[in-house]
Design a protein around this ligand. Sequence first.
Ligand code: PHE
Length: 464
Amino acid sequence: MSTTTRENWTSKRNFILAAAGSAVGLGNIWKFPYIAGENGGAAFLIIYVICILMIGIPILNLEILLGRETQKNPVGAFKQLSTNPLWQYVGGLGVVASFTILSFYSVVGGWSIAYMLEAINGTFKGFENPQVAGEFFNLKNSNANWVLGFHTLFFLITVGIILSGVRKGLEKVSRYLMPLLLLILFFLVFQGLFLPESEKGLEFLFAPDWSKINAQTFLLALGHAFFTLSLGMGAMMTYGSYLSKKDDIVHASNIIAFLDTFIAILAGVAIFTVVFSSGYSPTAGPGLVFHVLPPLLAKLPLGYIMSIMFFLLLSIAAITSAISILEVSVAYLMDEFSFSRKRATSIMSIAVYLAAIPCALSFNVLSDVTLNIGAKPYTIFDIFDYLASNIYLPLGGFFIALFVGHAWGVDKAIKGLLMGDSNNSRFGNSIFKNATVVSVFGFLVKFISPLLIFLVFLYQFGLI
Ligand code: PHE
């Protein structure tokens, strides 16, 4: 299929569900709770929400807009909007980022499916405590075939959806799975709130510990804001490229950002109420979900069902995001080289699959291959995660803000954002009819976003 027959979403509602499906992922359920846990709970939450409001939402609007304006993948979008070929590299960076993220993402996605099957098997009942569960996790991961096998299964599901196209694949999956995800999450939160001492979990999430806040926290919060909203690598641009001009981007972005933040907080509530009511410490790093939770979930009144639901939730979140990551590279090949969807998907998935193998092996065969960043040894898996969240995505966001603010022009962006029916005066695009909103937006895009991201980079490389 070539660009002339570009598919599009059937409705704005379905676009929102697909984009929210992209945003709501492992970042919300696997990453957010442990990052918040290790960095001061609510104090982190506040900084994170500020990053979402000041940088995340403006860039989300811009990405969707650049996609819709050009009806192109990130590389093609920049090519169309600017005569300076350098900007295309920003789109190219997105394609590289999509490789990097999917490499570690599909490993965690594979774990989620594996754990859902273990939950169905009733394995978690046998875990005395999180330590035993941790040993089980490490033992499983020491087997390269186990990790590679589930990673491959997760990958095949992702590829299958992409092959079905925008309407029959991306849209359909999100339309059914996102409401299911919310339903499961509500159920888990509801159950969590009724556990003894659940208020300790809430206090942990909602009472700020400012002593844990330092410059590093800002870096994490900003990196996570990009990661969780799927920004900086063209995923939202690609999804925006399947959107029609009559849809209100501002309204859609507000809903997507709200849903994403709301779901991350709900996931935090679901997880911390269980952890605290069992008397455990939440600062367990990335293992929180795979070490600490399984035995605790299994001991709950509806433990068997709860465990299955939790890992089903995690798998759904991972799949609806992974498809948006792969779609960036597939759209790139389809638009730029006029490949059919089938051909583009086959080429890209083989390439990404191969790139992901070292990540899967970093828990066993390649576990000794590490790089010290600061004082901490990073495995290949950690490096891919670090590169994506802390470098590629913020860098992509930096250039997108710079492009709109200083090359393409904020007034063109505002004009574009005002296009599309708005029947919502508070959260829709008619807020851009207000001169103050327009100047605040312009100021954020032109100066604040690039400056803050730049400062975070300087800090990251030890330059300030
Ligand atoms: N937003 C997804 C999550 O939170 C991850 C993602 C990043 C998806 C970048 C697409 C692009 O898990």
